[in-house]
Design a protein. Sequence first.
Length: 442
Amino acid sequence: MIIFSNISNKLVVGLGVACLFVAGCCARSEADGVLTGQAAFTDYTQEAPGVRRKITVQDLPKPFQTESAKNQPKIVKRPDNAWPKCPPGFKVDLYATNLNNPRCIRIAPNGDLFVAESAPGRIKVLRGIASDGTAAETHVFATGLRQPFGIAFYPLGPSPKWVYVANTDSLERFPYKNGDVEASGAQEEIANDIPGGGRLAGGGHWTRDIAFSKDGTRLFVSVGSRSNVDDVDTHPQEFHRANVLEYTPGGKFVNIYASGIRNAVGIAVNPITGQLWGSVNERDALGDNLVPDYITHFEENGFYGWPWYYMGSNQDPRHKGKHPELIGKVIVPDVLLQPHNASLEMVFYDGKQFPKEYVGDAFASEHGSWNRAKRTGYEVIRVPLQNGKADGTYEDFITGFTTDDGDVWGRPVGVAVAKDGSLFISDDASGSIWRVSYVGKN
């Protein structure tokens, strides 16, 4: 292993929008087929619930086929007539507003929603649903954290004793019992050897997600790279970065679980197979349609290419000739996404509210990025799985976070399955949390 067109006819109900199956709805059915080849590389104007894509390694252009774009989004207030778009039979409600940089969200065993407000260093707890569809209660669980992101409950099961929180440079845990809305005791720092990022320490990617193995014996921590493509052989700042690290539940470092992963912002354990999966941001500056972001299961001791290779044995020209011994050893991810989507958090659907064909599928948030001339992302996607395995396709699920002229009012980050089977989505552009529920086709 190397270490190193708008959907029309929306029914507004209170704060929600139900998407009805009517003539003129642009959500595609499977009978319409899957966008493949060059047709799969689109922009936000061609994103709509139900549109499916499949991108393969053979579809990728050569490096520098287009110039590297600088296309930062203009973030605007949500227009009065704007609302997330959903597939037929689903409804979107505005669950919470006025949050400060809501990022990762996780559901406690009792159904409470834990939210990491990363910029102010705070964890909040949202509980219940009021008559208008919003959270019935909001509480501050903990403050004084350093760019907190990942949240996990331990031991696994109905009665955890701890809430784990990943700062950008450490692992913390708080005493917890079901129903706690504020920490009942002092936080305990169990690991301080995680490379820090962002404005606080080290620079580069700062999010740190965490997940426990299915048997609860292993704690996985995702750590993004400090740079875009710095060679880890010569840049000591990349030590233990661009990897998924393994710790014990007590905070002792075990090893590098998987490597060459530029930035696995979201990780999750597949409840069917027990495999660790990740939602990964790939590198920039090779052109509009390179390199695809991806969603994949991680092989233990697997190597995924960064920084020397990508999508198998395709060498990054900025590292020409380096590490020829890796040719044929770089794992190709399961699902290739549009490049520069900025795929963030992911979750497996284990609820009972959505139609049965959704059970076991993955959902992932696409935050949107800057390194593409045609804006893409700004949506939540669905990754169909059969017995825990992907066929390479993915589907637009919740879209509509951009205006017609390309400005952005919403940027999905966190995704979590509620106890009632609905899906929560955090949005750090509007400071909101959205709730997606299934109401049945009319």
